[in-house]
Design a protein around this ligand. Structure first.
Ligand code: FAD
Ligand code: SF4
Length: 510
């Protein structure tokens, strides 16, 4: 008899057509899936994220068994659990006398390196769930002085044929972002993502996570995430009908207490394999073609998936394992404790951290222009910011989180992802949200005890990084405005910002 091979399926690889499975032989090979302590502990993950992954994995293992596969599944509390992915592979290799592993390339260098170091033959196949393969991205990036998502995105449109009219973009423009900047509406016409009642498999996971991760960050319940492909599709179908038409208009809006607005909550489902990115985009395109959703909404949504999502993955693998340690701006302040306990007078940060704590979710503008903006202005160590984002969001995997945090949000990569830092004073937050109305600080105050901290920190950031940014054409106007201010006023702004940062360092409530 031919020796079996082990087919490794990681938690975010629960797709029926995942590469390793496509290479395997149902009659010969053994699928290995494992809930291991090491993967739950390398950063302090949100409990909802852990429960989501285990619930998806356990349902997927059942599907595979029903489909005729032999599955070795290690639960977190199995007495023989070795605690690591490589440990489990070795244990099952001995049990089944297997010496070869079929794997799909993991989405982070940490695990790739672990698999490469194993004393077994590991055949690793590229993850084919992405539209751009590594080779495609490298070919595109090769010889370009500057990498910019917009041009990559146009190639992805051509490659997929999505929203194309022959070789021209549908409607004559590639990008309708300009139409997508409406501030928050007074009332929403969408009631939020579809919520699913946990079945017995998920209930068992919830009990396990509750017992094992007492004191960990985040609210475990109510647990409403989809755990199967059928549920994720049900959620998507409703979202396409009820929310997609308004997705574009309010993509950048924020509203106190409204955690999802018109966002799709598809990232976590796509990343683990419950939804296929191309199918999701085709469904959105169909909504446009059948007149159910306008072009600005559909183009904006498709751009996030075949543009940003694919681009970020390309950047992660293009830049290599040291990407997460970059710190171009030499920021070194510790992450304030209110990123964990929401104990702050800044209403925008409090609302974002509370949403994060309760749902393992915050939408893009909250991540970028509230918590990310604050961390950048305050000069927080990007490695600590990266760890926080990786830990707290249910959709956080290093291949997508790191380019968003180290690159887009913290400019720690020196401008690979963005041509200028995403910074703003309180003005932007006030324009796009209703947070400031309920805040202890006053967004209109530029100096003094009641001044919005974003206002003083904004100028402090520009002033301390003048050498780096003053010649950036996209930032010249900011420096002109700063230079036009009376010197006394500039001094007061800087000393108020310094006082605020001192209070932050002393752990005072701000
Ligand atoms: C500081 C920071 C950290 C982030 N960390 C993560 C992360 O860990 N994981 C993650 O998936 N996204 C991350 N993002 C990107 C984005 O915020 C999330 O993808 C989005 O909020 C997910 O919610 P949604 O599914 O409701 O997205 P929607 O707003 O409904 O967007 C639709 C789709 O577009 C994709 N998308 C949108 N923007 C991006 C982007 N910038 N990069 C990649 N995909 C994108 C999402 O996967 C989603 O499926 C981060 C952004 C910032 C600024
Ligand atoms: S005033 Fe400043 S700190 Fe308060 S909510 Fe507005 S932007 Fe945030």
């Amino acid at each position: 008899m031919v020796a079996p091979r082990l087919v490794l399926i990681l938690g975010d690889q629960c797709s029926p057509d995942i590469a390793a499975l496509a290479e395997a032989d149902r009659d010969r090979d053994i699928v290995v899936m494992a809930e291991v302590a090491e993967e739950t502990e390398y950063v302090p993950h949100h409990v909802k994220k852990i429960a989501f992954l285990f619930a998806v994995m356990r349902h997927f293992a059942e599907d595979l068994r029903a489909d005729g596969w032999t599955v070795e599944y290690t639960k977190l509390d199995d007495p023989e659990n070795s605690g690591s992915i490589d440990g489990e592979l070795l244990r099952y290799a001995i049990k089944h006398d297997a010496c070869e592993v079929l794997a799909t390339e993991p989405g982070e260098f940490r695990l790739i390196e672990r698999l490469e170091a194993m004393p077994l033959d590991v055949l690793s196949f590229e993850d084919r769930r992405f539209i751009a393969r590594h080779e495609d991205f490298e070919t595109w990036a090769d010889g370009r002085k500057q990498l910019r998502m917009e041009y990559f995105y146009r190639d992805m449109r051509r490659k997929t044929g999505l929203l194309m009219d022959g070789d021209q973009p549908e409607g004559g423009k590639w990008n309708y972002d300009h139409d997508n900047r409406k501030p928050a509406p007074d009332a929403l016409t969408y009631s939020g993502p579809m919520c699913f009642t946990p079945d017995t498999i998920t209930e068992e996971v919830l009990t396990l996570v509750e017992t094992r991760f007492t004191g960990s960050f985040g609210a475990l319940t109510p647990f409403w995430f989809a755990a199967t492909r059928a549920q994720a599709k049900q959620h998507l179908t409703r979202w396409l009908k009820e929310a997609l038409p308004s997705f574009g208009d309010y993509q950048d809006a924020m509203l106190s207490g409204e955690r999802f607005l018109y966002h799709s909550i598809t990232s976590l489902y796509i990343h683990v394999g419950l939804l296929d990115p191309l199918e999701v985009c085709q469904a959105a395109e169909e909504a446009y073609k059948s007149g159910q959703a306008p072009l600005n909404a559909v183009e904006g949504f498709i751009r996030q998936i075949i543009g940003w999502r694919e681009y970020m993955r390309g950047i992660y693998f293009h830049e290599g394992p040291d990407y997460t340690t970059r710190n171009t701006l030499n920021h070194s302040r510790h992450l304030p404790s209110f990123f964990w306990d929401a104990n702050t007078d800044m209403a925008c940060i409090r609302d974002t951290v509370e949403a994060t704590r309760d749902e393992a979710y915050a939408h893009h503008i909250q991540r970028l222009m509230v918590t990310g903006n604050f961390a950048l202005l305050a000069g927080i160590d990007p490695a600590e910011v990266h760890e926080w984002y990786l830990a707290v969001y249910a959709d956080a995997y290093e291949w997508v989180e790191a380019p968003n945090v180290i690159g887009m949000s913290q400019f720690a990569d020196g401008g690979i992802v963005g041509s200028k830092p995403y910074i703003s004073s309180g003005n932007y937050i006030n324009k796009m949200s209703n947070y400031c109305k309920g805040c202890a600080y006053n967004v209109k105050d530029k100096t003094g005890d009641t001044a919005c901290p974003f206002n003083t920190l904004y100028w402090h950031f520009l002033d301390r990084h003048r050498d780096r940014f003053e010649n950036n054409p996209r930032m010249a106007q900011m420096y002109r405005t700063w230079d036009r201010m009376a010197e006394d006023r500039r001094k007061t702004v800087l000393s108020d910002a310094t006082l605020f940062l001192d209070r932050l360092d002393e752990g005072q409530r701000v």
